[in-house]
Ligand binder design. Structure first.
Ligand code: UDP
Length: 463
């Protein structure tokens, strides 16, 4: 049995628990609005599971939002292999479920309703995993082993090449095979799932929660973490922000990207370039080796998310291989050159907010210099409505989950609607069971009647 840290203290909150799994920086950022939305629910509560894959990068994000993980699985990421992560995460997650259940799993029935039928039941109704990390995939697998329904946040992104990016694309596709309920950021993501045979009635289009998070972070207006950034307070100084760390870019591609950045910086001495360098030693060696000593290039430690959001908002242009940055930057008016050969976010490329430049030194240099000196071309890229979300994804997710478990009012549509019945059937219930159990829940919660008025009455009763 694994030992891990569980947040101490008696839990007297009788709202139904939803496990929210996170372990890496992008998961923490994009799950944060979901955790906040569930905290505000009268019916559901988040139970935050930090897998510990990138402990150092996740802690400051949770701290800034005043969120404390309920459990830390402490699986440790750096240095662990992909198989080691899967093994450690499945084992630790299984132990967590055992602990929450108070004994081994003997039932063959799913448990989604168990918590709703008996208020105060500590066992969760479902597991929310995000995106494409190995720990998300392993948490989904461990949940499935206990028939705990999996809800996939940021579902349906695809390159369709399971080797690129690796292992992320494989993880995404595997999670899609396991999830009962798919929360797709965009209609294009929904279409990918349907093309793979996922029932359209189990997909709900929500917008990307990363946009919700960025709006929250930008509003905090935190101090620059590094004194060398004070110059950015002069708003007429152009700023190029660069990030790169994807596995497929390690080695020669990052060296080519860094070489392009060096040429851009030398040709535009008025420009400030800020590159928060990822902790991966391979990335650090190459980036510091090629760019160290370039006068107008500031290489920083990986930046905490909140100041990074401000940096992105302040930027004139970004060059990045990060998935999150591709979605976020357009919502704060910053055009992005995507330093990858392909993107699983074609909406942004099609809409014109992103340009795919790969890792070709000449192309990156040429396109960057053109955009930096052409405000009209930059405005043309950022004038479009952000195809990735409107900042209300997490509220839609909360409403969808309340509807799923408690049969409250369905959430408003952002893109497509979904069928509660189909999602529950995919969780392992048959139609008759759903009807009987829904009746029992209604009896256990007489205050719950469909409709906004009843929800308000419920809210005031609980206060
Ligand atoms: N980010 C950050 N600090 C940095 C660089 C990026 O907080 O120094 C944020 C960024 O805003 C985005 C997320 O980290 O939300 C992206 O994470 P990453 O690039 O690690 O992963 P990806 O999005 O490619 O999965």
């Amino acid at each position: 049995m694994t030992s891990f840290a569980v947040r101490p203290g008696p839990d007297t909150d009788d709202r139904v628990r939803c496990l929210v799994v996170m372990g890496t920086r992008p998961e923490a950022i994009k799950m944060l609005p979901v955790v906040q939305a569930l905290q505000s629910s009268e019916l559901l509560q988040p139970y935050v599971v930090n897998t510990g894959q990138h402990a150092d990068l996740v802690a400051p994000i949770l701290r800034a939002a005043g969120i404390e993980a309920d459990v830390n699985l402490e699986i440790g990421g750096t240095g662990n292999t992909i198989n080691g992560l899967v093994r450690d995460c499945v084992a630790a997650f299984d132990d967590l479920l055992l602990m929450l259940r108070g004994g081994p799993e003997r039932r063959s029935r799913p448990r989604l309703f168990g918590a709703a039928e008996n208020s105060g039941n500590p066992y969760p109704a479902l597991t929310l995993v995000h995106g494409d990390t190995t720990s998300a995939m392993a948490a989904a697998l461990a949940s499935m082993g206990c028939k705990l329904p999996v809800v996939h946040v940021e579902a349906g992104l695809r390159t369709r090449d399971i080797l690129s990016p690796f292992p992320e694309e494989l993880n995404r596709q595997l999670i899609s095979r396991m999830a009962a309920f798919h929360l797709a950021p965009t209609p294009a993501n929904q279409a990918n799932l349907i093309r793979e045979g996922v029932d359209p009635e189990r997909v709900f289009v929500t917008g990307n929660t990363g946009i919700d998070a960025l709006h929250w972070a930008a509003d905090l207006h935190q101090e620059w973490p590094d004194p060398r950034l004070a110059r950015l307070d002069q708003l007429d100084v152009p700023l190029l922000v660069v990030t790169a760390h994807r596995r497929e870019n390690l080695g020669a591609p990052i060296q080519r990207i860094a070489a392009a950045v060096r040429q851009i910086a030398l040709e535009r001495p008025d420009l400030v370039v800020v590159w928060p360098v990822h902790p991966n030693p391979k990335v650090r060696d190459d980036v510091y080796g090629i760019l160290g000593g370039t006068p107008n290039v500031v290489l920083t430690e990986p930046m905490d998310y909140i100041p990074f959001a401000r940096l992105l908002q302040r930027a004139t242009l970004a060059i990045s291989d990060s998935g999150g940055v591709q979605e976020e930057a357009p919502s704060v008016g910053t055009p992005v050159l995507v330093a990858r050969e392909e993107s699983e976010r074609p909406e942004g490329v099609e809409a014109g907010a992103l340009i795919l430049v790969g890792s070709d030194t000449d192309r990156i240099r040429e396109v960057s210099l053109k955009l930096l000196s052409d405000p009209a071309a930059r405005s043309a890229m950022t004038a479009i409505r952000n195809p990735f979300g409107d900042g209300h994804a997490a509220r839609r997710i909360r409403e969808a989950l309340e509807y799923l478990v408690f049969d409250t009012m369905p959430p408003d549509r952002y893109g497509a609607a979904f069928s509660r019945m189909k999602v529950l059937e995919a969780s392992g219930y048959d139609a008759r069971e759903i009807e009987i159990t829904s009746g029992k829940i209604a009896a256990a919660h007489p205050e719950l009647r469909k409709g906004a008025g009843a929800m308000l009455a419920l809210a005031s009763m609980r206060r």
